[in-house]
Design a protein around this ligand. Structure first.
Ligand SMILES: [Zn+2]
Length: 415
């Protein structure tokens, strides 16, 4: 090991750090796909990738670093599919870097090896994405969105707390008029390093369809807010976006008319006697299931804001077979404290009918797939060695994922 890497590992508080060929021996392997039963096996890791999952006990006859995992469990590394790392006050560069370094290290310590960032300053995010990818900083891999919204939305933000001049005029905060050159806007978003377009607000059904078509033509994902206004949730489904965020937002589908006014809709929601029409939800969610559109329900966020419909909607989504991802849209602690992803997964299990296996699937393979990543999220040959080793069985104790005995990122053991 190079001395600088050792120093980095020590500074980060991780006791052991290796890049060699590695054998994780005799663990119970949890695949990530909930339909695959856990099995006893060993993992051969080479050059940061899982080379082989060995179920028949035949360990290769070569020099390896062997870690005995008898009695332990291996799962894919976890993913938070809805974070905001780049929305801090960019005028205080030193402060935000110190804070972000700590947040990212704490995420990794708690088993989070990748994140989907749902809009923020792309210069800042690109810098962190690169630092982590090149091993200069320990943290989850970052994949981020460029936010597209109508000019009305950005004008509203300017009047509010945000006074940034870049709102609506950068590739990552892009005001989309009906005349916008979408092909160019999407190419610029890609150029700024975005993995997806976040369709956010003040856009019509026709615009969402056009953005989705143009984005998919350039091989980039489309992640929509549950309700975009004036477009309704079903408009995002019809457009074939890759995901809808915030289950609570889907309740707006039942309101009358083909379009929704932002203020009127929220007023109606908070008026006494609003009841969720579950038949409308079943139809909407079945449409998502048929098109393979992921739901990013953010139920911890919703529960903290007393938006209980989110739990019912996520329960229905689970019942009709919509694929769910685990996004928190919540603040991460800088210190070695519990992370909101744990609460999100616990709520899926306690309130929405998910088994622990299904909650793990949401936080691994589903969250990777929605981000457009096919190199991670499963404990299988050919996938990145982003792994957790736990002392307890996550199927009976989901909390154990967040205090892993080992976090392995790209084949490096951090513990
Ligand atoms: Zn968000």
């Amino acid at each position: 090991m190079k001395p600088c890497l050792l120093l980095l590992a020590l500074l980060l508080g991780f006791g052991h750090y290796t890049r060699a060929q590695l054998l994780l021996k005799d663990a119970t392997i949890i695949d990530g796909d909930a339909t695959v039963s856990p099995r006893k096996g060993s993992l051969l890791i080479r050059a940061g990738m899982i080379e082989k999952v060995i179920y028949d006990g035949t360990v290769p006859d070569e020099k390896l670093t062997v870690i005995d995992c008898t009695g332990q469990f291996i799962t894919p590394g976890l993913m938070d599919a809805h974070v905001h790392l780049g929305t801090l006050n960019m005028n205080d560069q030193k402060g935000i870097h110190l804070k972000t370094d700590s947040i990212l290290q704490n995420m990794l310590r708690h088993g989070i090896t990748s994140v989907r960032d749902m809009a923020g300053d792309a210069i800042f995010l690109a810098e962190y994405k690169r630092k982590i990818a090149t091993g200069q900083l320990a943290g989850p891999d970052i994949f981020y969105a460029a936010q597209f919204a109508g000019p009305g939305y950005f004008a509203m933000m300017q009047m509010g707390s945000r006074k940034d001049n870049d709102l609506g005029t950068t590739p990552w905060y892009r005001a989309i008029t009906p005349e916008a050159d979408l092909r160019l806007a999407i190419a610029e978003a890609k150029g700024a390093g975005a993995s997806g377009i976040k369709v956010y607000a003040d856009l019509t059904k026709k615009q969402i369809a056009a953005i989705t078509k143009a984005a998919h033509a350039q091989g980039i994902q489309v992640w929509s807010h549950g309700t975009v206004f004036p477009a309704k949730p079903a408009d995002g489904v019809a457009a074939g976006v890759n995901s809808l965020s915030h289950a609570a937002d889907l309740c707006f589908q039942q309101m009358k008319g083909d379009t929704l006014g932002f203020h009127e809709a929220w007023q109606q929601l908070y008026k006494k006697g609003f009841t969720l029409d579950t038949t409308v939800q079943v139809k909407l969610l079945q449409g998502m299931q048929q098109k393979g559109i992921f739901l990013d329900p953010t139920i911890f966020h919703a529960s903290n804001n007393k938006m209980w419909n989110a739990l019912t909607i996520t329960r229905i989504a689970h019942r009709v077979g919509v694929k769910v991802v685990t996004g928190t849209d919540w603040i991460y602690p800088e210190k070695n404290e519990a992370v909101p992803l744990q609460s999100e997964m616990e709520l899926l299990i306690s309130k929405c009918g998910f088994s622990a296996a299904e909650a793990i699937e949401s936080a691994t393979i589903n969250s990777a797939t929605v981000t457009g990543l096919h190199d991670r999220g499963l404990v299988r040959a050919g996938k990145r060695a982003d792994l957790l080793v736990t002392n307890a069985d996550p199927y009976t104790n989901i909390a154990t994922l967040f205090t892993p005995a080992m976090v392995i990122k790209r084949g490096k053991v951090l513990r």
